[in-house]
Design a protein around this ligand. Structure first.
Ligand code: AMP
Length: 206
């Protein structure tokens, strides 16, 4: 089964993807994570991607599509995969349609006006990738799940977030209609607690 998680930056795609992948044993493919791993290890892709990601801009479609195509060709994807952060525009959606079938698209809907505060206050665990918000951390700097160090992503500053949200509105939001028309879209309410959002997703996947 191939699943796409759609949603604005900060809607909770990464958090829910982690839970879905653990419960349903589906490979989780996050283009953002792949780019960040490449940045960390200093590959040519990472060097190219960093300049754009830090400003909140998209990595070019050709690089992104090649990255996804190559990842999907790995043997661990033969029973399906869950894509988080791809596709992000119509070109990528059309590309994906040529290379694989899509069974379900889950749109995590959150009012856009909530997302600036969610993202600029977000802290992420370096070890397990879990996300937290400074408002609930009470000054804690370690992950409550695995004790990993919490950090702020370079693109979670106000300027980059504003760009990311603007690009979401102009390029990505159209994919809601696109997948609705293909009859594969389901929407969950991403403004709820993480565990309640996951319960809604479980109903769609069970
Ligand atoms: P994410 O971790 O999904 O928030 O992605 C972080 C950043 O990686 C995005 O703001 C983009 O700069 C880049 N990125 C991730 N996925 C894509 C994509 N499908 N197309 C273009 N750029 C992407």
């Amino acid at each position: 089964m191939n699943i796409i998680l759609l949603g604005a930056p900060g809607a909770g795609k990464g958090t829910q993807a982690k839970r879905i992948s653990e419960k349903y044993k589906i490979v989780h493919i996050s283009t953002g994570d792949i780019f960040r791993e490449n940045i960390k290890s200093g590959t040519p892709l990472g060097v190219e991607a960093k300049k754009l990601i830090d400003k909140g801009q998209f990595v070019p479609d050709d690089l992104t599509c090649q990255t996804v195509e190559s990842r999907l060709s790995n043997s661990d994807c033969k029973n399906g995969a869950m894509l988080d952060g791809f596709p992000r525009n119509l070109y990528q959606a059309e590309f994906l349609k040529q290379i694989t079938n899509i069974d379900k698209v889950i749109n995590i809907a959150v009012p856009l006006e909530c997302l600036m505060a969610r993202l600029t206050g977000r802290r992420v665990c370096r070890e397990c990738g879990e996300s937290f918000h400074i408002d609930s951390l009470n000054g804690e700097t370690k992950c409550s799940y695995c004790s990993g160090e919490l950090y702020q992503r370079d693109d979670d500053n106000e300027e980059a977030v504003a760009t990311r949200l603007a690009i979401y509105t102009t390029k990505t939001q159209v994919l809601i209609d696109y997948y609705e028309k293909l009859g594969v879209l389901k929407t969950v309410d991403g403004s709820k607690e993480k565990s309640d959002v996951f319960k809604e997703i479980e109903v769609l996947l069970d």
